[in-house]
Design a protein around this ligand. Structure first.
Ligand code: AMP
Length: 391
């Protein structure tokens, strides 16, 4: 069913509850990466410019109770700075005092509500709490793609109590990017999968096998696939209890005519440690572990990318936190960013962290702000926060 975009809503003079994902990393109450806030600025600015009254809300961290360390105050300060206009922080997300602050706002104003998760009712999707959250707002916008896989009061429950609901610009952009992978992707279409465990990504691999022409596997998860094919993996990280499953996925790929490309050479060491002595090998010695894809594999992945029209990538291709083992991830990332005529969609979480600060990162078609939400979408699951926006 269709989802309305923010541009379809009449905002002028309306109180708009705007659910954002301001769950930013904090170091000593200072925001260390403002990316998630910046990603929602177009929607916030648009609401204000249209003469709407922007009532912003978000969760931050996982508080068990109200705790000053997880107050959204640093976010309110940052918003005031970048919007060049005071964005006050309400003492709570519901209640009388907050209600009075909202009533005092004028068209074009913005107010930030305090951390939604200071109330356990938020994650419980409590109906009365959702009703309170909606009080005094005529419209609801959701821009929090990163939380769309959770049925919480601010992502699902609240939609029952507002006259109009729509997706913000960020939410639309995220959904458009992922649809380009899952709905009639431009072919050839390629998935690059990496990261620690096969078990985390079984659903994604299964679903993508019905969408892509080739799947390139790197990272630790490649070793479970290699071992399942009878290739020696030394002390590489292998999920022994997933070998049978890996065999099934290999067979499924064959049945569907999807090429599965596994690493043919590896950067190995005795442990993932800074300063470790590294070697590049095709056969992994018994006492060493594979910690990155090798140069031949990098070239193989690059040639697949050069032929592709759509590439979706989830999971680093090596132990990227250490520079010794980051080369594969960065070399493939750079080739993908610079590939002509390729739609490149980067899954959130670790993949985004691995490439986001590279000078070429801005050349990807899209870097998702969602980790879990992106994975669930790629598994083919319906995201409750997206479903709730359908008209
Ligand atoms: P994930 O959260 O599943 O995307 O996994 C990311 C983690 O996988 C990162 O912390 C990487 O360091 C780790 N990783 C990637 N490749 C390897 C490898 N070959 N051996 C051990 N860990 C790896």
């Amino acid at each position: 069913m269709p989802i309305a975009s923010v541009t379809q809503l009449k905002l002028s003079g309306q109180h708009v509850l705007l659910r954002c994902d301001f769950n930013v990393p904090l170091a000593d109450r200072t925001i260390s990466d403002t990316g998630r806030i910046d990603a929602s600025l177009p929607t916030i600015r648009y609401v204000m410019e249209q003469g709407g009254i922007a009532v912003l809300c978000s969760h931050l961290g996982r508080p068990k109770e109200r705790t000053p360390a997880l107050s959204l105050k640093p976010v309110a300060d940052y918003l005031s700075e970048v919007l060049a206009r005071k964005v006050a922080l309400a003492p709570d997300c519901i209640g009388e005092v907050t209600g009075r602050m909202i009533s005092a706002l004028k068209p074009g104003d913005a107010l930030l509500l305090e951390n939604l998760r200071f109330h356990a009712e938020e994650e419980a999707n409590d109906r009365d709490f959702a009703h309170e959250l909606a009080r005094g707002k005529q419209a609801y916008l959701n821009d929090a793609f990163g939380t769309a896989h959770r049925a919480h009061a601010s992502t699902v429950g609240v939609t029952a109590f507002v006259a109009e609901r729509a997706a913000g610009f960020l939410m639309m952009k995220e959904l458009d990017a992922l649809r380009a992978v899952t709905e009639n992707p431009a072919r050839p279409s390629v998935a690059i999968m990496g990261g620690a465990k096969v078990s985390d990504k079984i659903g994604v691999i299964r679903n993508l096998l019905t969408k892509v022409d080739a799947i390139l596997i790197g990272g630790a998860m490649a070793y479970t696939f290699l071992k399942a094919r009878g290739i020696v993996t030394g002390r590489s990280r292998v999920e022994e209890d997933k070998l049978e499953l890996a065999r099934e996925l290999v067979a499924e790929a064959e049945r569907k005519g999807v090429r599965m490309v596994l690493p043919s050479d590896h950067v190995v060491a005795s442990a993932p440690e800074a300063g470790a002595l590294t070697r590049t090998v095709t056969d992994i010695p018994g006492d060493l572990m594979g910690l990155d894809i090798g140069p031949t594999t990098i070239e193989q992945f690059k040639s697949e990318i050069a032929r592709a029209k759509t590439v979706v990538w989830n999971g680093p291709l090596g132990f990227f936190e250490l520079p010794e083992f980051a080369h594969g991830t960065l070399a493939v990332g750079e080739a993908l960013a610079n590939a002509d005529g390729v739609k490149s969609i980067i899954g959130g979480g670790d993949t985004a962290a691995a490439v986001a600060h590279a000078p070429w990162a801005s050349r990807f078609t899209h870097i998702s702000t969602g980790g879990g939400a992106t994975l669930e979408y790629l598994e083919g699951r319906v995201l409750p926060g997206v479903k709730a926006l359908e008209s």
